[in-house]
Write a protein that binds this ligand. Structure first.
Ligand SMILES: O=C(O)CCC(=O)C(=O)O
Ligand SMILES: [Fe+2]
Length: 337
């Protein structure tokens, strides 16, 4: 049972003994909290700071500009979603957050774009309103993709696999950067108002920068909500639903939620970066976690198939058009079977 979030410091990575300790700590963290603070990661503090500044500038744009970039206009799950567009926990009110998704700009000629795979395609950039934004997001996405690859190599070792075991699944990966802004909860908010309802993440890794306000909580097996307090200079990393599939449920993708308790009445900002395998990657139990007899808990699926199923659960009408549109295209449907 866990009551706090462990810290893993990549700074110790340079010696063999240090790496062994990191890998052991990672194995432990993934079997318990499924969350850890990642320190010593080498991403410059100034780069992260600049991301938060861009995010604040983006959300300060007039509503009509943000709405012109709405997610529902995208074939690749990129763009803006307004407060209330997503309800992560069906027993609560719609989430009190606004967000913006962007990712690698895959060209129209890329085979995955041609096939209509969700998550692949162009972005909706606010180029006219925010010059420089696109380049800054691209730089951050590249840095975070590299960090995600580094963590995946460590995760492979934690699973007693060669460190490059997952690397082939990460050519043309599904990665997404999300900017999030949580307004203060309104006066008169009740127990069903929430910033982000309880959910698990869908992919493999999430690497999150959060501001100094806190509000993120992860549920332990007792049902208690454990705070994930801000830790200066560290990312919060958590594993998503693909990892229990790889490990026959030994590694945990735990529910988490956000409540903006911020007493100063100010918004909370966070920057999750979702780092997942390529769309057509087969997700199956790895050899070191296969049960002694019988099939593993999860049947094989592709990464894309898994993600689409998860998205459909948490979006209401807003995304019906775009997601069903993808599903309806012959190529995409073929890839999902
Ligand atoms: O804002 C946060 O701290 C967490 C966001 C989150 O859980 C998500 O976007 O999946
Ligand atoms: Fe999440």
């Amino acid at each position: 049972m866990f009551h706090q979030i462990p810290v893993i410091d990549l700074g110790a990575d340079s010696s063999a003994a240090g790496r062994r300790r990191i890998v052991e700590a990672l194995d432990n963290a993934c079997r318990t909290a499924g969350f850890f603070h990642l320190a010593g990661h080498g991403v410059p503090a100034a780069l992260i700071e600049r991301q938060f500044e861009w995010s604040a500038r983006f959300f300060a744009l007039p509503p009509e500009i943000k709405m012109s970039l709405h997610l529902s206009r995208s074939r690749s799950h990129r763009g803006y979603e307004a407060i209330g567009d997503q309800r992560l926990d069906a027993s609560m009110r719609a989430d009190l957050k606004e967000s913006y998704y962007c990712g690698i700009d895959y060209p129209d000629t890329h085979p995955f774009v041609v096939r209509g795979y969700t998550g692949y395609g162009g972005n909706q950039w606010p180029d006219a309103a925010l010059p420089g934004f696109r380049a800054a997001m691209g730089e951050y996405i590249a840095v975070m993709t590299a960090l995600g690859n580094r963590v995946m190599a460590l995760l492979a070792e934690a699973m007693r696999l060669p460190s490059q075991y997952f690397a082939p699944l990460y050519a043309d990966p599904m990665v997404a950067l999300r900017l999030l802004r949580y307004p203060p909860h309104p006066a008169g908010a009740d127990a069903r108002d929430i910033g982000a309802g309880a959910h698990t993440d869908y992919g493999a890794l999430t690497l999150l920068a959060q501001d100094e306000h806190g509000g993120l909580e992860v549920q332990n097996p007792d049902g208690h909500w454990i705070p994930v307090p801000p830790r200066a200079g560290a990312f919060v990393v958590n594993i998503g639903d693909m990892v229990p599939r790889w490990t026959n449920n030994a590694y945990r993708s735990n529910p988490h939620r956000v409540i903006n308790r911020n007493p100063g009445g100010r918004p909370r900002y966070s920057l999750p970066f979702f780092h997942g395998p390529r769309y057509d990657a087969r997700i199956r139990c790895v050899p070191s976690f296969l049960p002694l007899s019988g099939p593993p808990a999860w049947p094989d699926c592709t990464a894309g198939e898994h993600l689409l199923a998860q998205y459909r659960k948490t979006y209401g009408k807003t995304l019906e058009g775009s997601l069903d549109g993808r599903k309806g295209s012959g190529e995409a449907a073929g890839a999902l079977s």
